[in-house]
Design a protein around this ligand. Structure first.
Ligand SMILES: NC(=O)c1ccc[n+]([C@@H]2O[C@H](COP(=O)([O-])OP(=O)(O)OC[C@H]3O[C@@H](n4cnc5c(N)ncnc54)[C@H](O)[C@@H]3O)[C@@H](O)[C@H]2O)c1
Length: 437
């Protein structure tokens, strides 16, 4: 084995401890690992809303530098660059095309908070360029892309974490540990919901592309469309070409916790109902959406997750806007945005932890620790779990869009015996933009 450079030889105790916990580190892993004292350098892509918040979360950690901010909106780019410069005392480079930052060997990781149609293509480009990736949820725009993203992470041996941050919230982790320890006996059912009184998006009018926007690169891998004035920003969520509706927006958070709690991977049957009822506008995705995901269907084998999304009323079960409830033989557990409350079989409260502290800090810290670990350590919200949870969202949308009850392969989640539904497993790409793992 070649002599290790001094910096790598003087590994932090954390890395050595990790080596002990996970077995002997491979030569490659040792070479890839970074001591906790080593600076990690980032490019943050897409900073209008979420990306700006993520800049803040990452700069809250020690030894992180945001070297590049990438955005196709020059206003968002300037705003975020200024606030990052103020915070870290050093100006990041502002770039319109994030691929420029991927060419920089000193960049360790990519943070992607661009719209959904960018998530998997950017993850794949990032991994191929040797970067670790923090990708916002949902990790893909369609099921095929999710599989590619997992493949890209594994092939390039990169840490890829999805922004399903509840996986790192201390109180949520404690609640899930109680479920897994059997405090509710067998847990057979989880209900998930999100309710929001959202406004209409109107009818888009063809308009000149604003001077502050690079519409070409905003669209990137998605087949080109003429510019309309009601897509950028955020409203793209409600158009299938770029978004995944509320299920892929906030449903993913709740479904991810439910899937984790029940310990299930791929649904075997997906049935859905609902529609777009509230507004006469350009939204294509559903504003009222119910989906039942069955994981097996026999006693001793079956478990079900229900999703309820309401995009025009903010009154969900119990008056809350977001939640997950688990139902077991010996009681139930309700999780809100953070924390849990556990009830016995008579619905008497047994224990609770409302959660406190900055869960986001824990989530990004976990991602950075995995990078510094430099081995096959998987983050709390590893891309494979991200894909499995995101796939539920895609299937819940596909079921309604094709008026189908979907039957799926329990080993892969693939849709069986339904050509129309299977056609939505993947998308078309703009020529030259097809992702390549
Ligand atoms: N984990 C969470 O809790 C959470 C919360 C909010 C949003 N999100 C996710 O974050 C993503 C962004 O959400 P948002 O509300 O900020 O959306 P947004 O539409 O407000 O902002 C997206 C930004 O990405 C930029 N962008 C588009 N194409 C780009 C490209 N090629 N390169 C660089 N920048 C590009 C846009 O110009 C814009 O500034 C969404 O996918 C959303 O699901 C996650």
């Amino acid at each position: 084995m070649p002599a290790l450079p001094r910096r790598e030889f003087l590994q932090s105790s954390a890395t050595l401890a990790a080596a002990g916990a996970f077995g002997v580190m491979s030569e490659q892993a040792v070479a890839q690992s970074k001591a906790a004292s080593d600076k990690l350098t980032a490019v943050v892509m897409g900073v209008n809303g979420r990306g700006g918040a993520l800049c803040s979360s990452f700069l809250g950690q020690s030894n992180v530098e945001i070297a590049y901010i990438a955005d196709v909106d020059s206003n968002a780019l300037d705003r975020a660059s200024k606030s990052v410069a103020d915070r870290q005392g050093k100006s990041p480079q502002g770039v319109v095309d994030f691929r420029k930052a991927l060419d920089d060997k000193s960049v360790d990781f990519l943070v992607c908070a661009a719209p959904n149609h960018w998530h998997a293509p950017a993850t794949i480009l990032g991994c191929s360029a040797g970067k670790h990736v923090y990708v916002e949820k949902p990790c893909s725009h369609n099921p095929q892309e999710g599989e590619w993203a997992v493949e890209a992470a594994r092939k390039n041996k990169r840490v890829v974490q999805m922004g399903s941050q509840r996986r790192s919230y201390a109180a949520i982790r404690e609640g899930i540990a109680k479920l897994h320890a059997g405090e509710l006996g067998k847990v057979l059912y989880a209900r998930t919901w999100y309710a929001n009184r959202r406004l209409e998006i109107g009818h888009g009018k063809p308009a000149d592309i604003p001077t502050w926007l690079n519409w070409e690169l905003w669209q990137g891998p998605a087949p080109e469309k003429p510019y309309l004035d009601n897509i950028v920003h955020y409203k793209w969520h409600w158009k299938w070409h770029w978004g995944n509706g509320e299920l892929g927006n906030n449903g993913i958070h709740a479904l991810d916790v439910a899937r984790w709690g029940l310990g299930v991977d791929y649904a075997t049957r997906v049935s859905a109902g609902g529609g777009k009822y509230r507004w006469d506008d350009d939204q294509e995705t559903l504003d009222t959406h119910l989906v039942a995901f069955d994981f097996g269907d026999k006693q001793g084998d079956g478990k079900t997750i229900l999703w309820e999304g309401l995009s025009w009323s903010d009154y969900g079960p119990g008056g809350s806007t977001f939640g997950v409830s688990f139902h077991g033989e010996k009681g139930s557990m309700v999780m809100g945005d953070n924390g849990y409350t556990l009830y016995d079989e008579k619905n008497k409260e047994v224990s609770k932890d409302p959660g406190k502290g900055d869960g986001m800090a824990a989530h990004v810290a976990n991602f950075l620790a995995c990078i510094r670990g430099g081995q096959d350590e998987r983050p709390n919200a590893d891309i494979e779990d991200g894909h499995k949870s995101t796939l539920l969202c895609h299937l819940g949308n596909i079921a309604v869009r094709t008026s189908s009850v979907l039957t799926c392969d329990p080993k892969t989640g693939h849709i069986l015996n339904n050509e129309k539904a299977a056609a939505l497993w993947k998308r078309e790409y703009r020529p030259g933009w097809e992702p390549k793992v």
